[in-house]
Write a protein of this length. Structure first.
Length: 135
């Protein structure tokens, strides 16, 4: 499947509002503009560089709801979560936002066989029923 995702995608940090765990959307828009002005072809939000573990699903979905509309370049959202249900919820939200793709880490904390990991991705795709690529 050719997702059309090409070029340089910047893994952005996630600015926070001072003294809170909330995402600072104003600073995020400035960051998106800065990266796009420097020639990146797309942006990856809420990845490990963006410290996704520090944000609730609600906060992550709030960013998803507006970032694609605000960005002048395609956006990929990291939808990794410690639970299967959390991954599915975030992948569905990324799809609904118009994201270019959903980035999902394989299950973590324990060693898993390659067959288990492949089955995990098949199950996420089947459960989420989305139209965007799951990377």
């Amino acid at each position: 499947m050719n997702s059309g995702i090409q070029g340089i995608y910047a893994a952005a940090v996630t600015p926070r509002r001072l003294g809170t765990q909330d995402i600072n959307l104003g600073a995020m828009w400035d960051l998106l503009d800065f990266l796009i002005e420097r020639g990146v072809h797309g942006i990856v939000l809420l990845g490990s560089t963006g410290e996704f573990l520090h944000f609730s699903n609600a906060e992550r979905m709030r960013l998803m709801g507006v970032a694609v509309k605000r960005s002048k370049a395609p956006v990929i959202f990291n939808c990794s979560h410690s639970t299967f249900e959390g991954v599915v919820e975030l992948v569905q939200a990324a799809d609904a936002s118009g994201a270019a793709a959903a980035l999902v880490m394989p299950p973590y904390f324990f060693p898993y066989s390659p067959a288990y990991v492949a089955d995990f991705y098949r199950q996420v795709a089947a459960e989420a029923e989305v139209n965007i690529p799951i990377l």
